[in-house]
Design a protein around this ligand. Structure first.
Ligand SMILES: Nc1nc2c(ncn2[C@@H]2O[C@H](COP(=O)(O)OP(=O)(O)OP(=O)(O)O)[C@@H](O)[C@H]2O)c(=O)[nH]1
Ligand SMILES: [Mg+2]
Length: 675
């Protein structure tokens, strides 16, 4: 890409609920910048930004995509993000790299909870935004209803800047309310100025009021003058709007159609003129620092990292320190991207977004800096709460599957991979079922390993509730050397969490000293191997009270077996129980869902310890203790109950005796205890 001159940079993310038309808008922007010859179609799978096979198959964006567009005066880095809630991590990555968001809504579809959730993230980041009401050309498009809904959802700062000329299939242009100009797009994407159509003049007056009200919310002095009935000038309003946009208190609304290329040039003008860009530097010699906000595997280049240049000028062969690992990384070639296409760059200036290859040690959110003590911030990602166990279709592929999952998690920080310590199955934590099943589709395509997933196993334990005694006798006479050892034990319950204790109460050398550790080892192995249901046995004290030995046939092995046999016999008589893990859950959600959340938690055997209401945010917080076995699908359940507006965190709390309803569903172990 040609560089140099006094070109300004704008970094924007296209955000909004699934299907609002972000990907088509990205294509439409690329077409306007003459970076492509046509606008693609989602149905044909030929857009610049949804080029992955999974994106084409599901007709939704899954990962963020960079489209770097440039013209004489402007470099516009567009990040197209997914709207499906499971991929919200990609939105969070994109937010760390942009100064402004284009919040895309459809004029023909309702605004749903996923849009609210994204707006909430933008509020938390206090990021400036412009609302683009897309699909004005579609059947049942209704601009006025959409603006009303936007105000209901996002408040008084929503300020409609435009009116559509025509609607549905006759949609052909827009009227700029502040400047009172009308533009029609007979030869889209080029607009032609026309007199304001008669039928719009009347409407314009009432919308003008709405616009002014939206703008003055950000400026007390202007608000007072407006309320006193003064007429505010075009310049005053424009300046107040620019300030309000910057502070993320005013959210101008414009209207258009990505498919028909109407209003797209106005969107770009707006971004260039009013939209904030990266802050300029005072110091031309400042140290270079970059932050990685996305990594992915490129079929041609291997690992590619997208980075924002936070300060200085990044050049090929710069040597930087990764602040997380404190190791040095050498920058190779610099690129930027137009979807899948690589465009070479000579350098990356402060504020620009660049693509770097072969930064082998760098991960998403890492900061690479010349200055080893930089205090750059990380990126916050949504916690991944849906955990599933993943099994390869072909059992030989276990290791291959695990390493494929680890590679996918490198690209996606909201996917986390571990192994179940008991079953050794791969555990995948993700945002929801769509997230996890698409990860498995990608594992199959990229690494050739097919897998299925199921609910993870619950790490039950077993314990005892009564004292018992037993004798374990191991005796084998198979010609030559025999095996002989006898251990008498008493077992008793310990308090929850105490684990295991072993007390040697042998007197008079009934078992020689050197064999006593073998008895203990045999008992510990038997406990780890599991009780009646095969779960590890815990919270037991074992007293070794007596035993017998043989001067020739006794060995460590025979006493280990004797310990194990004694334990199993004693365990069977000690009123054993199953222990289930209990977690402490904290749920935060809009107050109106409190009743439904409580009802659901009660049906899950929860003990609610606290409910709290914040009158300011109108959010309820609930804290409860709840058995983990009831919470396997809570990520999905809470999303359904709260239309995606509830959050929760879980922490391990303690173990309790599982009730008979839980125990009756468990399978007793099939192998022999001493097998
Ligand atoms: N009529 C009309 N249809 C549009 C317009 N923009 C997008 N669409 C259609 O809306 C559907 C969704 O468009 P996308 O661009 O994939 O929407 P998205 O916001 O990227 O969706 P996600 O990637 O799932 O978040 C597709 O069928 C598009 O053809 C438009 O301006 N007019
Ligand atoms: Mg998309």
């Amino acid at each position: 890409m040609a560089q140099g001159g006094s070109r300004s940079i704008r970094n924007v993310a296209l955000v909004g609920q699934a299907g609002s038309g972000k990907t088509l808008l990205a294509d439409s922007l690329a077409f306007l910048f003459k970076a492509s010859k046509r606008i693609g179609r989602i149905e044909d799978g030929n857009t610049l930004s949804d080029a992955d096979p999974e994106e084409i198959k599901h007709k939704h964006s899954i990962a963020l995509t960079l489209l770097a567009l440039s013209r004489q005066d402007l470099t516009l880095n567009v990040l197209d993000t997914p709207g499906v809630a499971d991929f919200i991590g990609e939105v969070q990555s994109a937010l760390s790299a942009v100064e402004m968001c284009i919040f895309v809504v459809s004029a023909a579809e309702p605004i749903g909870p996923d849009a609210d959730r994204i707006w909430e993230l933008l509020d938390q980041a206090a990021i400036p935004r412009l609302i683009f009401v897309n699909k004005a050309d579609r059947e049942r498009a209704d601009y006025f209803a959409t603006v009303d809904t936007l105000k209901e959802h996002f408040g008084a700062g929503v300020a409609p800047l435009e009116l559509p000329i025509g609607i549905e299939s006759s949609f052909r242009g827009v009227v700029d309310i502040l400047s009172d100009r009308a533009l029609v797009y007979q030869n889209a994407p080029v607009a032609e100025e026309v007199p304001v159509p008669k039928e719009i003049e009347d409407l314009e007056h009432s919308v003008h009021e709405q616009l002014v009200e939206g703008i003055v919310v950000a400026d007390d002095a202007l608000m007072e003058r407006y309320l006193a009935g003064e007429t505010l000038s075009f310049q005053e309003l424009e300046m107040a709007m620019a300030r309000g946009v910057k502070d993320a208190t005013v959210f101008p609304v414009i209207v258009g159609s990505a498919v028909k290329e109407i209003g797209i040039d106005r969107l770009v003008d707006f971004i260039a003129e009013i939209g904030p860009g990266p802050e300029a530097s005072e110091d031309p010699k400042e140290d270079v620092e970059i932050q990685i906000f996305k990594t992915f595997a490129d079929p041609f280049m291997g690992k590619l990292s997208l980075a924002k240049v936070r300060s200085g000028v990044l050049r090929p062969s710069s040597a930087l320190t990764n602040l997380r690992t404190q190791s040095d990384e050498r920058i190779g070639q610099l690129f930027t991207l137009l979807g899948k296409e690589h465009l070479p760059l000579e350098y990356g200036q402060r504020g620009d977004i660049v693509a770097l290859s072969k930064l082998s040690g760098a991960k998403t959110a890492d900061v690479l800096s010349k200055n080893r003590s930089s205090d750059a911030k990380g990126i916050t990602f949504e916690p991944s709460l849906l955990v599933v166990a993943v099994t390869p279709v072909n059992s030989k592929d276990d290791e291959k599957l695990f390493s494929a999952l680890l590679k996918l998690a490198e690209e996606d920080p909201t996917l986390s991979i571990s192994r179940d310590p008991r079953s050794h199955k791969a555990l995948v934590a993700g945002q929801g079922e769509a997230h996890i099943s698409i990860a498995l589709e990608r594992a199959a395509r990229k690494f050739g390993v097919e897998a299925t997933y199921s609910e993870p196993e619950i790490p039950y334990l077993e314990s005892i509730t009564a004292e018992a005694t037993a004798e374990g006798k191991y005796k084998k006479q198979t010609g030559g050397h025999g095996q002989y050892g006898v251990a008498n034990i008493r077992i008793r319950p310990l308090a929850r969490g105490e684990g295991f204790s072993f007390l040697d109460e042998i007197v008079g050398g009934a078992i020689p000293r050197n064999f006593i550790p073998a008895v203990e080892k045999g008992i510990q192995e038997a406990m780890a191997h599991g009780g009646h249901f095969g779960f590890p046995v815990v919270d037991v004290a074992v007293h070794l009270v007596d035993g017998k030995y043989h001067p020739v046939d006794s060995s460590e092995m025979s006493f280990k077996m004797a310990g194990s046999l004694a334990f199993h016999e004693a365990f069977a008589q000690s009123s054993p129980v199953v222990l289930e893990p209990i977690d402490e859950i904290t749920v935060i959600a809009p107050a109106k869902f409190q009743g439904d959340i409580l009802g659901d938690l009660n049906s899950k055997r929860a003990k609610v310890s606290k409910t709290d209401l914040d009158p300011e945010t109108k959010r309820a917080t609930l804290i409860a203790l709840v058995p983990r076995s009831e919470m396997k699908r809570y990520a999905t359940d809470l999303r359904a109950i709260t239309s995606g507006q509830g959050r929760f965190t879980l922490h391990e709390s303690h173990y309790e005796i599982a009730p008979p309803t839980v125990v009756s569903k468990l399978q007793p172990r099939k192998d022999k205890p001493n097998g």
